[in-house]
Design a protein around this ligand. Sequence first.
Ligand SMILES: NC(=O)c1ccc[n+]([C@@H]2O[C@H](COP(=O)([O-])OP(=O)(O)OC[C@H]3O[C@@H](n4cnc5c(N)ncnc54)[C@H](OP(=O)(O)O)[C@@H]3O)[C@@H](O)[C@H]2O)c1
Length: 292
Amino acid sequence: MTDFEKLPQYFPKVAEAVQINKRGENYLEMEATVKSFGKKFQVRMKTQIIPGKGFISDNDSYQFGTSGHEEFLLSPHAEGTLIDYTYQVNIHKPWLRLIATPLIRWYSMKYWEKAVIDELKKILEKNKTTLYNVVSSDGFIAREDGSEDFISENVWPNTLNLYLQYGAIIMGRKTHDTIQSYDKELVEPFEKLTIKKIVVTNNPDFKPKDGYTVVHSPQEAIALAPDALVSSGPTLNNFLLKNHLVKKIIHHEVPVDIGEGIKPFDIEGITLVPIENVQNIEGVTVREYRVL
Ligand SMILES: NC(=O)c1ccc[n+]([C@@H]2O[C@H](COP(=O)([O-])OP(=O)(O)OC[C@H]3O[C@@H](n4cnc5c(N)ncnc54)[C@H](OP(=O)(O)O)[C@@H]3O)[C@@H](O)[C@H]2O)c1
């Protein structure tokens, strides 16, 4: 939202052009051509960016005869991200106040919600991942020592098929190392898949084999592959969940209890809604959840 020059690209129904005339640290002065009530008009904006949150702006719609104070602020919320948007409008001409007040209050704000907030939700949803794990029937992805011996090799083709459907897989460096420790008969078909294989690590010197892409943050991974499948352990899974970067979780459950082990993620603070009527695959029970 604070990449103002791109607003016409993201929100074409309300923004036609944005020209930045002055740029300071977290401060901008801009001239925007906006669309409203079926007309285009110029707005001069003096805008303070609040890093990580949004912006506060004083706007002068001099052709329309209004000025306004606009605040767009995001904050974390138990069910996602809270968008707090206010626009206080000052209508300069008294006669216009009569006609424009109800229009601005209702029509204009409804239109804005559709053209901006709904589009923003779509953009945010697109840049969210799906977490995938194979789990024991008591909910573990590995034993305490990291061993996955309870997962039969017969379920590996299911995993590869799912990877193919997504076209990109993101994994933490430790999951990368686990896969490298598998037998050649399992690693080879994985490495032959024509999908992006992205490894997240903090280590600037990490050098995997050809065919893997290294990134140094989960956000960088998602920028490379929005809508990717993440197949990883709790470290990366928890980071993505806590930062609201997950829209769905898929578990392939094998019919074995292991008693104790590593959980796929910490459930605390996360609301999962089971998706009904998902199709099972041979050898596993498929469980899918929407993340709120
Ligand atoms: N059953 C299954 O479906 C399944 C699937 C995957 C993994 N597993 C199991 O999960 C276990 C591994 O899980 P894990 O949680 O320890 O490891 P992980 O999530 O696979 O990888 C953790 C590593 O990824 C990198 N990383 C994670 N978050 C990062 C961030 N925000 N920024 C930068 N780098 C980040 C770090 O690499 P550096 O240390 O290099 O910086 C970190 O040490 C293994 O036992 C594996 O067998 C099971």
